[in-house]
Write a protein that binds this ligand. Sequence first.
Ligand code: A3P
Length: 793
Amino acid sequence: LGRGIIVTLEAVRFKFQVQVGEIRSLPGLIDNNKGRYAVVIFEDLYMYLNLQGQNRANLDQYCRDFNVGILYLFYFYSKAKIVIAKMVGSFPLRFMSSVRLKDYEINATSPLLRITRPGSVVSTSIVPVPSPNDWTIFLPYHHTYTAVTLASRLKPPKLRKTKRRSNHLNSACGLEKLIPVLLDQGLYDGIQRVFFGNNLKFWLQKVLFLDALSYLSYGRLSLPLERYFQIDIDDIFVGVAESRLLVNDVQALLNFQTELRKNVPGFTYQLGFSGKFIYSGTNLESEGDRMLLKLADNFSWFPHMWSHMQAHWFSNASKLCEYMDINRQFALRHSLNTSSNYAVAPHHAGVYPVHQQLYHCWRKVWNITSTSSEEYPNLRPDHRRKGFIYRNIMVIPRQTCSLFTHTMVLDMYPGGKEVLLESIDGGSLFQSFLYNQVNVFMTHQSNYGNDRLGLFTFDRAMKFLYKWTNLRLVYEPPEVLGKRYFNLYPEEVEPVWSNPCLNRRHLEIWSEEKNCSSFPKFVVVGPQKTGTTALYWFLNMHPHVKSNLPSPTTFEEVQFFSGPNYFKGIDWYMSFFPTPENNTVLFEKSATYFDQKVVPKRLKTLLPSKHIVVILIDPALRAYSWYQHMRSHHDAFALKYSFYETITAHRGVDPDGLISLQRRCLDPGFYANHLENWLDFIQPQFIIIVDGDMLKTDPAAAMFQLQKSLGFTEIYQYNKILKFDERKGFFCQVQPKGKSKCLGQSKGRKYPEMEDESWKYLTKYYEEANLKLFKLLERLKKPIPEWLKKKSK
Ligand code: A3P
């Protein structure tokens, strides 16, 4: 049941927090004098009744203070087979479990109803729950309680004390009908509540659940009533003979569209074409194709590639563009209206995982601005499909509607026609409309011949929707729909790239030329000024370790996960890595990663189970090194202000530029906070800590430990190749004839030691942060750098 609630909340994209198990203490309810939660849901009424200590009183008070309602669902107590009317805590209310119901209906006068429209009676015994007699009904004895739904009793269970129990039922507020969903309007103790006498499996409960959330949150958790939708008919000329449209089918399609427009102004089918296959059916079907062309102006057309080929087969963009252009010539010859600037890729190939050539050619040949796919981030679970924008092309999630190329005849529907009917009558198709404010439905040409299941399905779906809900269907052309989608869900604009090798479907539509062995096996993430370049250099000395290729702008760092490069996509990222030989370990180093909030999630999604390497030096020294770095880059503020002035500057008093320099000096040094952000995504065993002091003073030892932690089988002996260079003051690489090669001037700079007052100030400033780091590393069982041990004494 808990999972059912979570799925629903995820589907409607309401934010939530889950607490599992016995509730010993409540989560923090108030934040900055504001209530953090708009509704409280109990998976089971008993959890609320059994809240320990002051918890229940505190929760009730919170609900009163912040206008927050409580929603209760009900487990079926298989042990509680005996039907007894039990008191609900101290409320003037009783409930009875194990009741069999029939004739389920909505109470038309309930103030709870918003999306739900009283339809007719669901007359069968209520089957969609685990078993029909799983219902709990409520028996209220106070006028604060009103029925949201009503039902009759199917038949009294055969129990010994039947007479007494039926008395309870009949005395339920004098109602003849039973109440499976009950609203407490808050007149009794100032808290509004909704009681569901069951779980969310029955489709009507799902609609009521959304209404209950809206009601109990005083409108804060409400979806609008508009549902924007689009129906694509893919592969309009692609089907094999005997599965294609005849003249009458085309006419029926147009008639249906005309009919639909009465309720949904402007509704227009999107027809996806691969021109090569026109007239490839029977003679009669060719007549159908001709009819489609004759009536073409009535529809909106979108390209599907000339012969339905998959974009990832083309590594050469100009070939792909040429190929697309053939389909464009076809559209021009037949005056197809392609002004929607929308396209769909056969098999989703190239859309996700992104094949950048496809996006390039779509823009170049067709000026495509939007597409849809069911592959991002994954096909399943479908309620978590999302959209993203890449190269200015909006990718919005696509919904299936239980119609596939092979589903043409109702009686031959896989699993029986009930499967399709159930999906329409409250099942997955209905729920798609219910939960998604924007729907792009995928259908196929073959769904519009034979039994015309495409027309049948949506006709029935819309009738069902209008009968039971107040939802209003609205049509918008694809580009407008795409913009609407990202206005509704701006957090989805930025993609999060996943690893194509971890999803079989993604792998199938990923270019054979690409492979996951070109991804790094570990990443050095910084922070800046801790010796990251030295580490990068040392690692490259290892005969079996290879770094990313240099970038023309950011040199040895790719800076993919932390900045705008991320939006160039994984093809771009992979271009920095050679295909490694068998025993070569690839790695990347970008010191900008460590303290950027977005990085851990992105890195984990693309490179799961890969190590990250963090170098830690005294944060005070790191701050000073950054300051010196900025001075040598002629930063106006670093040149004008001393280090002490920089670190002690005050926001609002001192210039913004100085404050920004101060933050870049100081913020990365809160190591524990940043590490905690990493730990939200990366398991501790994949985090390797390098003591930056040791890297400086005894690099061979530091490299030995690092190689061990990375699980290298061949440990390279760095003491043979690294030697302290008096002139440089750091370890350098031994060269033939006793010479040594050191890092350039910008690494290991010469500058005066930090002044005492800054040192003292920073020692105090980082005292707590260092202690936190110490405890964190101890808890994670990580080696504690010597400098930190000394500080924590
Ligand atoms: P300073 O230049 O302030 O001394 P990063 O590469 O992350 O920017 O870090 C630069 C720092 O690496 C230098 O800071 C220096 O202290 C440190 N470092 C460690 N080992 C080094 C080495 N062998 N050569 C040069 N610098 C080294």
